[in-house]
Design a binder for this molecule. Structure first.
Ligand SMILES: O=C(O)C(=O)Cc1ccccc1
Length: 308
């Protein structure tokens, strides 16, 4: 287990709440980072052993800052995931009421998840992007803060004694955010039967069917995908990579075989990790995609080649 953790800070973010679910993290050293890139860089340089960062949520989809920062630079590995139910509160400078709110700051995903509430209750308020919900909330305590209110977790509002104007302002009652624990590449966590594998696959060539060829590698081996997102590489217009989560562990033959297939098509792919699913949801693998079927098929071909 890691002994020094970093996370998207400051104290009181949803990301810190996710980190505190990791056994031992509450007693370990926890260094806040001002953004996801800096958190991952601390792992690359060895300043931290592992970083907790948001990757996906049930309302907004993928967290682009994380998908991009993990896809480039010195390779990193995902060793675990945590799911956190998200509840938002609106905090404001003392003395203000809803009608006084002209500018609101928060993390872009929090804003997207409270948009309908804001349209209904503070329709004139403009949005000012913040690096995290907690950074926006704590900013209200500074002199000359350029915004009037922030959307954040109840925890940071309570910790900092902030003036709460409204509670439970999320548009979707059961919103959940998924966070991943990232370290330097190393041995994979053992397979549990309910695992996830994360990959970054650059689209090999701009030609008809290139994406279908990538998807076929999973489909023909019975590997289900739970997330696929395209992100621009930043090199030139129209150049994309795919960030993919697949059900299963690299130690399973069907996943390994799919990843080998992907490597033939897109040799620059990145394997980011195989790790236990937080929801422990297993998957049914038909007989012909199970390890034994792969091994028998392999042995059968070997036998023919050896003249048996
Ligand atoms: O800003 C935070 O508190 C975070 O941890 C990122 C985030 C933002 C919105 C929903 C979930 C996580």
């Amino acid at each position: 287990m890691a002994s020094i953790y970093t996370f998207l800070g400051p104290e009181g973010t949803f990301t810190e709440a996710a980190l505190l679910q990791v056994p031992g993290a509450a007693e370990a050293v926890r260094i806040p980072s001002p953004n996801v890139s800096i958190a991952l860089e601390k792992v690359r340089t060895g300043e931290a052993d592992a970083a907790m960062v948001p990757i996906e949520n049930s309302v907004e989809g993928g967290v682009s800052a994380t998908l991009d920062a993990i896809a480039t630079g010195e390779p990193l590995g995902i060793i675990g995931e945590k799911l956190v139910p998200i509840r938002f509160v609106l905090v404001a400078k003392p003395g203000l009421s809803l009608d006084d709110i002209k500018v609101v700051s928060t993390h872009s995903h929090a804003w997207a998840q409270c948009k309908q509430w804001c349209d209904r209750n503070i329709p004139k308020a403009e949005y000012m992007p913040g690096s995290s919900t907690a950074a926006a909330a704590v900013g209200l305590l500074a002199d000359n803060c350029p915004y009037d209110a922030a959307i954040c977790a109840p925890l940071v509002a309570q910790q900092r004694g902030l003036h709460v104007l409204a509670e439970d302002i999320g548009d979707v009652a059961d919103a959940v955010t998924r966070f991943v624990l990232v370290s330097k590449p190393g041995p994979l966590p053992a397979p549990t039967g309910a695992d996830k594998t994360t990959l970054v696959v650059p689209l090999p060539e701009d030609r008809p069917g290139a994406l279908m060829e990538i998807l076929e590698q999973f489909a023909t081996r019975g590997v289900n995908l739970s997330r696929i997102e395209s992100r621009p590489t930043g090199q030139f217009l129209g150049d994309y990579f795919f960030s993919i989560d697949a059900d299963g562990h690299l130690a399973e033959e069907r996943v390994a075989d799919a990843v080998r297939g992907l490597h033939r098509i897109s040799p620059q792919l990145r394997f980011l990790g195989s790790y236990p699913r937080e929801d422990r949801r297993g998957y049914t693998v038909p007989r012909y995609h199970q390890d034994q079927a792969f091994r028998q098929a392999h042995a059968w071909v070997e036998g023919i080649l050896k003249g048996r």
